[in-house]
Write a protein that binds this ligand. Structure first.
Ligand code: GDP
Length: 476
């Protein structure tokens, strides 16, 4: 992948001559048409530190879409993620829904695991992401991707609300995604669905039959009970949300899964979110570009196009993207390559300037500038009592200017999932008598997430209070 001196100068908003002068200092005699590899281009961009912003601006302009005219919007299918505590039946439910549908629908269909699939009910489709759990969901969100319209929260009727149930609820709420509860394993003699509903009320999910607004369906993944009812409720929720997209334009979507295949090269599953992806389209995905050489659906059928809410496996990318990367189709091959190259430059720049996320030290400054109106906090602690006490005391710090939200609080060490939630929601993490896991610490450093550790509740509360008042002494 290369870019010429002239092009780079234009994108960076500097004079080509200035670039050439710097290149000369680096010992490279170049003309305006001289091709630069990514490393050299990056070096140059770094050299011009302050101009790098222009690359970002230019990029955003190139990627901008004009808003869709209301009459161009067409109803689209909902995209669903299944979450819940381990062993409550997420995988079983995903499999049961899919198998029931394959049997009912097309006989003999061989299903492929491509990271997402769709099922049909009464002539309407529902797309399921088949990596269950809030970890994947929030990791994607931390990358800026928003794919899930509706969360199905699975709670085992013989076990009730457990730690990961609470996490799933908090992560869904932080993302503003509506929840439908599937009370699973009702075939078991020890099932107590009423008790589950009772427990869920304590977490703000009140069943419709009890006068609340959360849909709850009692199901059995194992015995295939009430699956159709559950799907009907998903469609009903989708109707309420009035999900729409414009299918008549170049496609945009999100990568839900990607891998390197020995024979086929990079293979990525794109969930198309708007427009229609067609065979032969050029595209940019994260820092990669490419051309759609082949597409297949979750049944292994070759397809020539994919519209909104449809997952397809795509072959023809220059590299393996990450789950959560945004996919953009475009007509122009040169433009696609150029954007990918610029993204590579920008990625390195971002890695250089890591601490862009909110830290407690920067809080006051941001409050003053009016950039922060909500301070989001995640609290982890050694025992339930202290977690609750810290959360309660922090909430009381809310002022007219800044509202303090405890997005999630739980017993246990600070995990990677906590850091991803913090990244996605621009939150700080407070650990009380706990430490971050090694991987979580690494991720926090990479993402610039502020993790603060305390042994005394008063200190934690005092620090946040001081930060909000601009009195915090830097700890570094
Ligand atoms: P996950 O960890 O949430 O993905 O849970 P799994 O789908 O792996 O299920 C955990 C266990 O519960 C497995 O042994 C399943 O066979 C069992 N299971 C799942 N759904 C049901 C159900 O509806 N009824 C009963 N009796 N067992 C179930």
């Amino acid at each position: 992948e290369t870019i010429t001196v002239g092009e780079l100068a234009k994108r960076m908003g500097v004079k080509a001559n200035d670039l050439i002068r710097v290149l000369m200092k680096m010992g490279l005699m170049a003309t305006i048409n001289h091709p630069l590899d990514v490393d050299t281009a990056t070096l140059l961009a770094t050299e011009f530190g302050y101009e790098i912003e222009n690359v970002a601006v230019d990029l955003d302009e190139m990627m901008e879409t004009t808003p869709d005219a209301p009459e161009s919007l067409v109803k689209r299918s909902p995209v669903v993620t299944i979450m819940g505590h381990v062993d409550h039946g997420k995988t079983s439910l995903l499999d049961a829904i899919r198998e029931a549908n394959v049997i009912a629908g097309e006989a003999g269909g061989i299903t492929q695991h491509i990271g997402a699939y769709d099922v049909e009910l009464n002539g309407r489709k529902i797309t399921f992401l088949d990596t269950p759990g809030h970890e994947a969901f929030t990791a994607m969100r931390a990358r800026g991707a928003k794919v899930t319209d509706i969360v199905i929260l699975v709670v085992a009727a013989d076990d009730g609300v457990m730690p990961q149930t609470r996490e799933a609820i908090n992560h869904s709420k932080a993302a503003g995604v509506p929840i439908i509860v599937a009370i699973n394993k009702i075939d078991k003699p020890e099932a107590k669905p009423e008790r589950v509903k009772q427990e869920l009320t304590e977490h703000g999910l009140v069943s419709e039959e009890w006068g609340g607004d959360t849909t709850m369906v009692e199901v059995s993944a194992k015995k295939r009970l009430n699956l159709e009812e559950l799907l009907e409720m998903v469609l009903l929720q989708a109707d309420v949300m009035d999900l729409k997209a414009n299918p008549d334009k170049e496609a945009r979507g999100t990568i839900v899964e990607a891998k390197l295949d020995k024979g086929r090269g990079p293979v990525a599953t794109v969930l198309v979110q708007e427009g229609t992806l067609k065979l032969g389209d050029y595209c940019v995905v994260g820092i990669h570009s490419g051309r759609v050489r082949a597409m297949q659906n979750d049944r292994g059928d070759k397809v020539v196009e994919a519209g909104p809410a449809m997952p397809v496996e795509v072959i023809g990318l220059s590299g393996v993207p990450d789950a959560g990367d945004i996919f953009v189709a475009m007509k122009d091959e040169k433009q696609a390559k150029e954007i990918a190259t610029l993204r590579q430059i920008k990625q390195r720049e971002v890695e250089l300037a890591k601490h862009s996320k909110l830290s407690l030290e920067q809080l006051y400054e941001k409050i003053q500038k009016g950039e922060v109106k909500d301070l989001n906090v995640i609290v982890k602690g050694d025992v339930q009592g202290s977690v609750e006490a810290v959360g309660e005391s922090l909430r009381k710090l809310s002022t007219d200017a800044v509202r303090l939200n405890v997005l999630h609080s739980a017993v246990g060490a600070v995990t990677e999932t906590d850091v991803n939630l913090a990244t996605a929601s621009n939150a700080i993490i407070i650990g009380f008598n706990v430490r971050p896991e090694v991987k979580a610490q690494g991720l926090a450093e990479k993402e610039g997430v502020d993790i603060r550790l305390y042994n005394v509740i008063y200190d934690a509360v005092e620090d946040v209070k001081k930060a909000m008042e601009g009195l915090l002494e830097p700890t570094l």
